[in-house]
Design a protein around this ligand. Structure first.
Ligand SMILES: NC(=O)c1ccc[n+]([C@@H]2O[C@H](COP(=O)([O-])OP(=O)(O)OC[C@H]3O[C@@H](n4cnc5c(N)ncnc54)[C@H](O)[C@@H]3O)[C@@H](O)[C@H]2O)c1
Length: 236
């Protein structure tokens, strides 16, 4: 799983390890992924950290080769890594645009494409992180476009791979209490809270529970869906 060194990724890794999975904790910040693995007791399940920048195809190719070399089985891919570069459309730079699209959308596409052959062998599942922002989000045109793109990508993979026994779903969190949210001004977060029926932020473990469900056999008849974990903020 990607972006495992922090926030939601760390919570997903923790949840999967506690459910008995062996997890490859991938992150651009490998020191954070190593610390996460030590923190969640991953070594007890042979889980380990790897350096992987999701926007680089060569990194994905290396990760696939690593799994093949170990003759390991891959049952679940979680594309979670993310960044934000928030500005209104008039102020967004080309760099802001490309960096966010490269990590969220291109990174998710590269990961899915690289690991689909292994997932087909195991008849596994993939879970991509979208966001409530997929419907548009003030100051986040790059992020919003990427997260809407992740939905289209996920649905297409679900349609193409169903006959091969691979399921593909997305989770769309609302505002989650992670380091990513810490970059958002308090005034803005308070505005979001007014729009959230449950009137609070999500804890990362609450999103991890949805990812774990979609990655498990408990969700064996669910594919091509976006599951919102946003405190009721968006209608179905
Ligand atoms: N926090 C929220 O409110 C929220 C809401 C909706 C969706 N999400 C999504 O959930 C996911 C996780 O967000 P978070 O809040 O845990 O963020 P976070 O900033 O806490 O963690 C993101 C992790 O991704 C890693 N990362 C960044 N760029 C990378 C790259 N190119 N390659 C590999 N790893 C990279 C970082 O090193 C970090 O460990 C993101 O996709 C985010 O868009 C978050």
């Amino acid at each position: 799983m990607t972006g495992a060194g922090s926030g939601i990724g760390l919570a997903v890794a923790r949840r999967l390890v506690s459910d008995g999975w062996t997890v490859l904790l991938a992150d651009r910040d490998v020191a954070a992924a190593e610390a996460a693995n030590a923190h969640i007791g991953g070594s007890a399940t042979e889980s380990r950290a790897v350096a992987l920048d999701v926007s680089r195809r060569a990194d994905w190719d290396r990760a696939v080769q690593d799994v093949r070399d170990r003759e390991a089985r891959l049952d679940l891919l979680v594309n979670n890594a993310g960044i934000t570069r928030d500005r209104t459309v008039e102020k967004l730079t080309d760099a802001d645009w490309h960096q966010v699209i490269d990590v969220h959308l291109t990174g998710t596409w590269l990961g899915c494409q690289a690991f689909l052959p292994l997932l087909r062998e195991s008849k596994g599942a993939l879970v991509n992180l979208s966001s409530m922002g997929r419907h548009g989000s003030f100051g986040q045109a790059n992020y919003s476009a990427a997260k809407a793109g992740v939905v289209g990508l996920t649905r297409t993979i679900a349609l193409e791979q169903a006959r091969h026994g691979v399921r593909a779903n997305a989770v769309a969190p609302g505002a989650v209490d992670t380091p990513m949210l810490a970059a958002v001004p308090e005034k803005v977060v308070n505005g979001w809270l007014e729009e959230i029926p449950l009137r609070r932020l999500a804890q990362p473990a609450e999103v991890a529970a949805v990812v774990a469900f979609l990655g498990s056999a408990e969700s064996s008849y669910i594919t091509g869906q976006v599951i919102a974990a946003d405190g009721g903020a968006t209608p179905p």
